[in-house]
Design a protein around this ligand. Sequence first.
Ligand code: NOJ
Length: 764
Amino acid sequence: MTKIKSTAIVVLLSMLVAGSGYSQVAKVSPEKAKMDKFINELMSKMTLDEKIGQLNLPSIGFDVTGPIVSTDVDKKIKSGFVGGVFNTFTPSAVKKLQDIAVNETRLKIPLIFGFDVIHGHKTIFPIPLGLSCTWDVNLVEQSARIAAQEASADGLSWTFSPMVDIARDPRWGRCAEGSGEDPYLGGKIAAAMVKGYQGSDLSKNNTIMACVKHFALYGAAESGRDYNTVDMSYVKMYNEYLPPYQAAVDAGAGSVMSSFNEINGMPATCNKWLMTDLLRRQWGFEGFVVTDYTAINEMIDHGIGKDLKDVSGMALNAGIDMDMVGEGFLLYTKELLKEGKVTIQTINEACTRILEAKYKLGLFDDPYRYISEERANTEILTAANRKVAREIAEQSIVLLKNDNQLLPLQAKGTIALIGPLADVKREMIGTWSAAGDNNKSESVKNGIKNLFGENVTLISAKGCNLLTDRTFLAEICGKESVDPRSDDEMIKEAVEAASKAEIIVAVLGEPAALSGEAASRSDIGLPGRQLDLLKALVATGKPVVLVLMNGRPLILDWESKNVPAILEAWHLGTEAGNAVASVLFGLRNPSGKLTMTFPRNVGQIPIYYNHKNTGRPYAGNDEKYKSRYLDVVNEPLYPFGYGLSYTTFKYSDLKLDKANMKSNETLTATVTLTNTGKYEGTETAQLYIRDCVGSITRPVKELKGYQKVSLKPGESKVITFSITSKDLAFYNDKLEFKAEAGKFILFVGGDSANNLESSFELAQ
Ligand code: NOJ
């Protein structure tokens, strides 16, 4: 018996024992009964071809992210061969296609319209990795709510978000699209996004259906190379990688997207254990599953099926309902049925799930409910939406270093604003901002001018091109981004500009296209000649503030040792420039905390805070036979949870209300947090727990709670954390979720590395 099968059996048995899932007769609500009746009646009228047509999702319009491009979409809609369409928006474009579905097909079944609304539709918020650094689920939900409001006003009913893949490898360009490395925080953010998109009523015209992706484990690609193999123990999967997907499903996400990668030898897209046993039976997911872009076709290259017909049957039988772009379902389902390789029941189930999604979106009541020129004209990129985007962008910035309180800057005198990202709009909105308009975003230069133009004199210089390979640069950032001068010439000009100023602000980093899909990098330092530029600026002896814009943790070894102040600003979205200016000059005290570890060098990767201890943990005393490197310390440059403020915080007086806790009790931990600096500020106090002895080995610590607290200078607050045995539970080697009796260490602090600690025992 394969491991996958035996795991599935363990999972099924545990469900039956627990009396959940299939062993119970579910009560059907009147709304569900009404929907079932409607769908059953509709299904009874549908031909096999019409049912198969619902399973097909072509792309028409903007972005193409794979080797196959959909053709003849209008014609296929007319023939009833299309269930939904993606990459098309604006009321007029959507209406054109919906008109065909509603007026020219036999059963008038409306289309669902999808799009990658990843961090905003037209008002672009920070890239998700940046957004997660707010640690603020209300802000995250608000960003998704606004995204849904704008997208739905633009004809869309479905977003391919949230992307909840845990990422521990910054070489992987798609870590920009997720919430970092932690399953607990990742789960909270995933749920908040689903809530933001879907609201409490999917059928409203300003809510859209979420699609959790990429199911599953896409972020664990070997060596950070996109689409690469994933091989992982079930215990690791359940404890460390699956929680955010489950949290999104529990929050009611209407759809799930299968990932490109294989998992332990079986591509996710034909993985029946994953799509049916785990997702539907164990987690109770009731929505539909769509593949990623041509993921079915790609199973041939994975080497799991001989041709498109073969892999299409495997995908359908695994529990996939909708085929994105590949058209294997469209072409071969009928034949597969004739040959007995798929059953009519499987086809019916897939079709039903897609029709149910349309029903829940209210499309059968009114296929045009998301199509309104008036809403498109009044609800998109509004001043109010931009205001929220700026607020969120400001709170996403992480202060990495601030020697001698160089920041905040005073709004006076002459500042040299240097760098290839200082005066551009284009890169601000980051990767996967497909509907975003670069021209609507603010550059840092404009931001400073907008907010402090009267008081500050700016001398600008580009300093160097973003990359040294000019052909590639033109390809990914446009010809206009390439400065024809040599980098040496530009560095010289920048140094001259710097010599006339009192302070240097260098805005450096990655262009947006260097992160995101198919944008893995093996060398994750500042690209091109940017480090040379920075060195030349530091060599002037003037104080330098480094503002970083990037889609992943970068290697910042030299920078961290030689530059006095560093702000991690990610790609912050439409309001990037204003947000950076606001933080630079102290209108906003930075409060972001990293959600992904920053390594010291590429050799440390993968590096994450919730690692295991090993049998030979290194304690820093130069012993040889210990788990360590000879050429670099084990600790990262900046740990998970890290982020400074213009003020300082002190943690004191950690107290537990009991030393022994029974499994039905709640343990209360209190700690005093004091603002010991000169500015009002916001701190995210983090609670970590270590399970000292387990039936399987446990991580050195795991995040189990946090609180974002604002304090005036000198002010103190007592923060309370409640811990129940659920917070101590984990999946054991039988994949049972249980807390085990014994000793636990509890840590509280401002990041994952610097904590107060105490301990307690959980009784049998
Ligand atoms: C491929 C990407 O992996 C996925 O995240 C995206 O939603 C689809 N293309 C559709 O654009």
